[in-house]
Design a protein around this ligand. Structure first.
Ligand code: GLU
Length: 449
């Protein structure tokens, strides 16, 4: 069978199997769209039914999470862990705590994670988990009771050599701390079964910054490959979580000028660009006080806050979606193109819709998919696991050197894989091909399990 027909039949099979899982289908389609030349050259992947096997999670755990709020009222949430693929190492991936979490979203994120982790070239399988529990507007003790209840079930299924969760939306060092504490209590075992821990009890320095810094390094690599640099490039960013804030910090340090960013209430346009003082203010506002960007507009004269508006209409050289899936749509991509934007670098997972990606590519903008550009976070999680095994702590500089090296190699591996299969310069194809082949080959080596 020719590879195009096979890929089309496979996509139909995936869609029919779980007809309601739309974001999962979107993620699978994006990967498979790059693989036809690979399947053509390596018919063994078809014979071995690697696509059918790789799209099916090895295991999904779904469980009840009962907890009590501060008034004594009882609530029930649903917990999940999608243990997607362990061909390259133990399952590894974050926990998302947000009201939008369901099996569809976690299958999409888990599927992406398999390829992203493969791209890091570290020994990491892929997984993802979470709950439809919203950590916003909950007290610390409510979050603690929820996390303990969540682990009361999940501790059976995770572990240092099995599955190592980390953070994601709504799950930061506070949540990791509560989950780790309960895991340790139940197992009587102090091992690095989680990453994203605080540095004074096993966490890696630079883990909070890693995803954002990695995105900036990747953007720098893309420009350097074109004989250009980040110097004076105007940038806009969407989310103002860990990824967004630290991407702003590194981009600024590398000479770029971040002129727009946004949160839930609206966006900020700051023609002067952020600097060290403004970043310190933002970190305090977002991380410590969980306040609104409105305050940034009030505090800094040149900047203004635009209630309810996204960032994408602010003219820029480079755009960095760093919030959530499908946040950058066809209309936004058109606006970016009209304003002369030269590149889109994804800090979050699958933030651009397929239509937006088409427009980005048609307009010859640089485009890097999240699974390549945002892999710095999970890469430093891998380094946290190494430090835990060795029972050592590396300095910020040491971790940063590794991070830079890993981002450089992801960048060159994407370019090489894309060129090898006839799609030179296509980072999306390169990321999908390199990520896929490493996992597929390991699956074949390990037989039908
Ligand atoms: N949630 C992050 C991601 O999407 C980090 C995962 C991890 O560190 O295990 O890659």
């Amino acid at each position: 069978m020719d590879s195009k027909t096979y890929a089309a039949e496979f996509l139909e099979y995936v869609t029919k199997k779980d007809p309601a899982q739309k974001v999962f289908h979107q993620a699978v389609k994006e990967v498979v769209s790059s693989l036809t030349p690979v399947l053509q050259q390596h018919p063994l992947y078809i014979k071995e039914r690697i696509l059918e096997r790789i799209a099916e999670p090895e295991r999904i755990i779904i469980f009840r999470v009962p907890w009590q709020d501060d008034k004594g009222e009882i609530h029930v949430n649903r917990g999940f862990r999608v243990q997607y693929n362990s061909a390259l190492g133990p399952y590894k991936g974050g926990m998302r705590f947000h009201s939008t979490v369901n099996q569809d979203v976690l299958k999409f994120l888990g599927f992406e994670q398999v390829f992203k982790n493969s791209l890091t070239t570290l020994p990491l399988g892929g997984g993802k988990g979470g709950s439809d529990f919203d950590t916003r507007e909950k007290s610390d003790s409510e979050v603690m009771r929820f996390c303990h209840s969540f682990i009361n079930e999940l501790y059976h299924h995770i572990g240092y050599h099995t599955d190592i969760p980390a953070g994601d939306l709504g799950c930061g060092a506070r949540e990791i701390g509560y989950m780790f504490g309960q895991y340790k209590k139940l197992t009587n075992d102090f091992t690095g079964a989680f990453t994203g821990k605080k540095p004074n009890w096993g966490g890696s320095l630079l883990r909070p910054e890693a995803t954002g810094y990695g995105v900036a390094y990747f953007a720098q690599n893309m420009l350097q490959n074109k004989g250009d640099s980040l110097e004076k490039k105007t940038c806009i960013i969407s989310g103002t979580g860990n990824v967004g804030i630290y991407a702003m910090e590194k981009l600024t340090q590398l000479g770029a000028k971040v002129v727009g960013f946004m949160d839930y209430d609206g966006s900020v346009y700051d023609p002067d660009g952020v600097n060290e003082e403004k970043l310190a203010f933002l970190k305090d506002l977002v991380f410590m006080r969980r306040g609104s960007l409105k305050e940034y507009g009030q505090k800094f004269k040149a900047a203004h806050f635009r209630p309810g508006k996204k960032t994408w209409d602010i003219p820029c050289d480079l755009a960095f979606p760093t919030a959530c899936e499908n946040e950058l749509q066809a209309e936004d991509a058109k606006t970016l193109a009209l304003n002369g934007c030269k590149g889109v670098c994804e800090g979050s997972n699958m933030p651009c819709t397929p239509e937006a990606i088409d427009i980005i590519k048609e307009n010859k903008m640089l485009y890097s998919p999240g699974k390549a550009a945002n892999a710095g976070g999970v890469a430093v999680s891998g380094l946290e696991m190494t430090q835990n095994s060795m029972r050592v702590y590396w300095t910020r500089e040491e971790v940063d050197q590794y991070l830079r090296r890993i981002m450089n190699s992801i960048h060159s591996n994407c370019l090489e894989a894309a060129a090898q299969y006839g799609m030179p310069g296509d980072y999306m194809a390169g990321a999908n091909i390199f990520g896929f082949k490493k996992v597929a080959d390991a699956m074949i080596d390990q037989g039908l399990v």
